[in-house]
Each structure stands twice: as structure tokens, then as C-alpha cells.
Design a binder for this molecule. Structure first.
Ligand code: FES
Length: 89
């Protein structure tokens, strides 16, 4: 089982699935949804190891690493990942 948490809200999702739709439910802001605009940048506060490796779109953005992801691109493997939109710092 996989879980995304933002603040006090937690949402369950399937193992090995994209996190995009659940992040939308958690009010992460989105723009292009294709890895180009950076609107969906999130910090990974806990559980970075539970996300799949960076996608080519994230690598191309240049400032992404395992603790700084794109919510429209990242996939979860399993377990808990705690996120915070970069604009909420
Ligand atoms: S919404 Fe544009 S990069 Fe994710």
C-alpha cells in the first residue's frame, strides 16, 4: 500500500502508480501536467526512497533531485511519502 501526505491530510493510492491525481486532491498547484512548467514542484519531506527514479522530464528541469520532484511526473513504489509544494515554504 502507498500513501501520500501533505500537512495533516493523507491519501492512499496504488503501489507503483503516478502521484499526480492524488496530489491534485491534496491541492498541489498544477500547470502543464507534462513536466515542462515547474508549477507542480514539491519538496519530499519524508519517504523519497519510496518514489521511483527521476523521469527524463525531471532531469531536464535541472533543479530536481530525489528530494525535489515534479508532482505531475513522479511515481510512488509503495509506503509513505510526505510532500510540500515548493510555493508553501
Ligand atoms: S504541472 Fe507543469 S511541470 Fe508539472
Amino acid at each position: 500500500m502507498a500513501m501520500i501526505q501533505k500537512g495533516t491530510r493523507k491519501i492512499e493510492l496504488l503501489d507503483n502508480s503516478p502521484i499526480k491525481e492524488k496530489c491534485m486532491e491534496l491541492d498541489v498547484p498544477f500547470g502543464c501536467q507534462s513536466g515542462l512548467c515547474g508549477t507542480c514542484k514539491i519538496d519530499i519531506l519524508e519517504g523519497a526512497e519510496n518514489l521511483d527514479r527521476l523521469t527524463p522530464e525531471e532531469v531536464d528541469m535541472g533543479d530536481r533531485d530525489k528530494n525535489h520532484r515534479l508532482a505531475c511526473q513522479a511515481r510512488i513504489k509503495s509506503g509513505l511519502v510526505i510532500i510540500r509544494p515548493e510555493g508553501e515554504r
